[in-house]
Every structure is written in C-alpha cells, then in structure tokens.
Design a protein around this ligand. Sequence first.
Ligand SMILES: Nc1ncnc2c1ncn2[C@@H]1O[C@H](COP(=O)(O)OP(=O)(O)OP(=O)(O)O)[C@@H](O)[C@H]1O
Ligand SMILES: Nc1nc2c(ncn2[C@@H]2O[C@H](COP(=O)(O)O)[C@@H](O)[C@H]2O)c(=O)[nH]1
Length: 198
Amino acid sequence: MAEVLDWSTLPGRLVVLSGASGSGKSTLVRRLLGRAELRLAASVSATTRPPRVGEVDGRDYYFLSPEQFEAARGDLLESAEVHGFSYGTPAEPVRRRLAEGSCVILVIDVQGGMQVREKVPGALLVFVQVPDPGELERRLRDRGTDDEPTILRRLANARREQELSRSYDVHIVNDDLERCVEELAGVLARARCGGGEA
Ligand SMILES: Nc1ncnc2c1ncn2[C@@H]1O[C@H](COP(=O)(O)OP(=O)(O)OP(=O)(O)O)[C@@H](O)[C@H]1O
Ligand SMILES: Nc1nc2c(ncn2[C@@H]2O[C@H](COP(=O)(O)O)[C@@H](O)[C@H]2O)c(=O)[nH]1
C-alpha cells in the first residue's frame, strides 16, 4: 500500500500530464505557463538521461548520475524507468508550490501518473493523444532530438502508455496545437487552476 500524502488541504491543485513521447506535452505546458489567468507552475524532474543540446540543468531537468538518482530517491514523489533511463519528481518543491496556491503540473509517464494517483488522491490526471501513430512518428523525427534507436524505443512504448491511460480523468487529442492549448486551458481553469470553479 503506497503512502498517502496529506496534501488535500493545500490550496493548489496537482495536475499530471502524460502521453506518448512526441505527443506534445512539453509544447502544451510551455504555452500554458505564459497564461496570466492560470496560476500554473511546472515541476522540474530529475533524470539520468543525458542532456540534449540546449537543455539546462535545473531548468529542463536535474541531470543526475545513476548514483545521485539513487541517493535522491527518498525525496521523490514518484519515479519510474522510462525509455531506458530513470526519471522522478522531487516532492518538496511541488508541495511548496501547492501550499502557495499554484496549480502544479507534472509532465510524467503513466507509471508515475499511477503512483501520484495513489499518493495524492485529489490529483487530476490528463492524457494527451495524437490523431494517429504516423503523426507521432513524424513529430518525433521532425523534433530532431533523438537518434534512430531512441525513436524506435519511444514509439514502441507509446502503445503501453495508451493502454495504461484508461484510468486517467481526461483525454485530449493534440491535433491542432492552438485548439488543444485552448481545450487544456479550459480543463485547468475548471480544475481550480484559476478562472474557473472547483
Ligand atoms: N499539435 C501539434 N502539431 C504538430 N506538431 C506538434 C504539435 N504539438 C507539438 N508538436 C511538435 O511535436 C514535437 C514533440 O513535441 P514535445 O517535445 O512537446 O512532445 P513531448 O510529449 O513533450 O515529448 P517527450 O515525452 O519526448 O518529452 C515537437 O517538435 C513539437 O513542436
Ligand atoms: N515518471 C516520470 N516520468 C517522467 C518524468 N519526467 C519526464 N518523464 C517522462 O519521460 C519521458 C521522456 O522525457 P524526455 O525529456 O526524455 O523526452 C516523457 O514522455 C515523460 O513522460 C518524471 O519525473 N517522472
């Protein structure tokens, strides 16, 4: 039985955003962080994945060695092996932002999403889908950040992500980016992230 955190009295709402690699999660969050009407904060995860060109430690991720990741494990809200590397969410910064009244968004995989569901019962779980698998592959290739074996591994994992997403609260399709940004903004507003009712 997972530990249940007593975060229900904190004023902010915890939101999990999951979806296959390349579905557009980070793009959507970047767009929403600029919205004044949403009181939104993004969590910075820890990972053992090497940084991509342009990624900055402490801004995009905390880039840790496997040994450092193990040492930090006790401080993580959730963690999982994703596409061959370890990823996890530092708990204390999330708790602090929730206590300040922000809506905190975690861009994490479905294994992590399930852990959050058990530990933080009030969390809202949102899953991002793409119109079809061909579009997912096009986006991963066009992004130009990953080599061929990495792309193939991420595409293979997409089906499992989709299957495990059945218990998510909300599914959105990221077909047209502008439309999807508006849809997700509406979901967040209704989830106590500013502008809407609880
Ligand atoms: N609606 C869209 N239409 C076309 N391209 C899109 C759309 N949304 C995002 N993209 C593009 O798809 C690529 C993947 O997006 P992004 O990096 O945000 O995905 P992600 O889900 O965060 O991936 P990962 O899980 O690997 O970090 C990017 O190049 C992005 O510009
Ligand atoms: N369970 C967790 N999954 C995470 C976390 N941070 C990111 N992720 C997932 O990893 C993949 C790949 O990310 P990338 O930056 O290497 O492309 C991404 O799709 C997320 O779902 C985390 O803290 N916990």
